[in-house]
Ligand binder design. Structure first.
Ligand code: SAH
Length: 365
């Protein structure tokens, strides 16, 4: 019965709420392999065996928000704060370029120092130095005019996880100054402006139910983001959720497969949080349908300070080491890291993907 549901999901890209619940609640170990296989077939149809690289530059851990789960929330007086200079950001990108990265993701807390003016200068600078690269921003909620200016400056993509599609649940994870409606409006604005947009949620965040996850799936079906970032919740010792349990690797993998099947062309990272909870987590993520990895390009001196959750991996390595390790890990799964921009199929320049048959293609870039 449950296998039939996976077949139906693979064929139609959709299920009823109660069918989604059954798929998420199913604990049969063989079922994970079954649905992962369906997800891999779909990802290979669109993206072959390729895994795209994103160079993550964590450029500030200063944040004006106080999200209850996050280690760099403003209320955490123990966090050692830093922000990179524009020059340091450019240097990270130059190192990354030399290592084969063609996407740079600038992620940070909501740091008021990074005004539109300063962000525009950074985006333009990155584009001038590396015109063949995509720039992704992940700097939280801003007004539509601000997003528009960043887009006009050349930013290509924007990651803003919705965190949870359930308003009541959202309000238990965030302080009352933050608004569920505003976060969702931001995502809609980003879409309207023309960014390739990434939404997403933590898996197993405190108070989350399987029903909430079905709401997340419905939200993703409606928004149709180009990217979906999901990873297990992991407690941070200096937050009020310090004693909460981590999310489950199994549930995260199940959701990667389900998301691949409802949004076949989506760009789906195997996240650092997944690799933090399970040494083989990112490999398992790729085998469950993910097709993106995001090695860290931040200068090694600041990595330990961008601590969203405890025990985060890859905080000691140099960028070159990270990419070597990641390429080896990906190769071990039978997939391969490629050095292209890795745009969503709808945004890809015509030369990026040339389909020679339904299941087979040549990469020209
Ligand atoms: N300020 C930006 C970037 C946030 S950090 C923004 O608001 O979008 C990126 C993501 O890390 C968050 O969206 C959240 O989903 C995730 N994250 C934060 N704390 C976490 C934790 N304790 N465990 C797992 N993921 C966490």
């Amino acid at each position: 019965m449950i296998y039939k549901l996976a077949d139906k999901l693979a064929e139609t890209g959709n299920l009823t709420d109660s069918e989604f619940l059954s798929i998420l609640d199913c604990r049969e170990p063989e079922f994970s392999g079954y649905i992962a296989e369906k997800a891999r077939a779909v990802r290979e149809k669109f993206y072959g065996k390729d895994v795209y690289l994103r160079g993550l530059i964590e450029f500030t851990n200063i944040c004006k928000n106080n999200c209850k789960y996050c280690g760099i929330r403003c209320g955490n007086k123990n966090a050692e704060r830093y922000r990179l200079t524009e020059e340091e950001i450019f240097e990270c990108s130059d190192t990354g370029y030399g290592l084969g990265f063609r996407t740079f993701v600038l992620q940070g807390g909501e740091d008021p120092y990074f005004t539109d003016e300063r962000m525009i200068s950074i985006v333009r600078g990155l584009k001038e130095r590396h015109p063949d690269c995509a720039v992704t921003l992940s700097i939280g909620e801003r007004e539509k005019e601000s997003y528009q200016k960043l887009f006009d400056a050349g930013a290509d993509r924007y990651l803003l996880r919705h965190e949870t599609a359930d308003k009541a649940h959202y309000e238990t994870l965030h302080p009352k100054e933050m608004s569920f409606e505003h976060r969702i409006q931001c995502l809609k604005n980003l879409k309207e402006i023309g960014f390739q947009v990434g939404a997403g949620m933590m898996i197993g965040s405190p108070g989350q139910t399987t029903k909430n996850l079905v709401e997340d799936l419905r939200f993703l079906q409606e928004l149709k983001p180009e990217m979906v970032g999901i990873g297990p919740f992991i407690p941070h010792h200096d937050t009020e959720f310090a004693d909460c349990a981590s999310g489950s690797v199994e549930m995260t993998l199940r959701l990667l497969s389900v998301i691949r099947l409802i949004l076949p062309e989506v760009l789906l990272p195997a996240t650092t949080a997944l690799g933090t909870l399970d040494p083989q987590g990112r490999e398992k993520g790729i085998l469950a349908g993910a097709n993106v990895v995001m090695p860290n390009l931040s200068p090694s001196g600041v990595r330990k300070k961008y601590l969203l959750y405890d025990n985060k991996i890859c905080t000691g390595d140099e960028a070159a080491e990270c990419i070597r390790c990641m390429s080896k890990r990906v190769a071990g799964t039978g997939y391969q890291v490629v050095h292209s921009r890795g745009d969503h199929i709808r945004f890809a320049p015509k030369t990026q993907y040339t389909f020679v048959s339904k299941m087979d293609r040549i990469i020209l870039t």
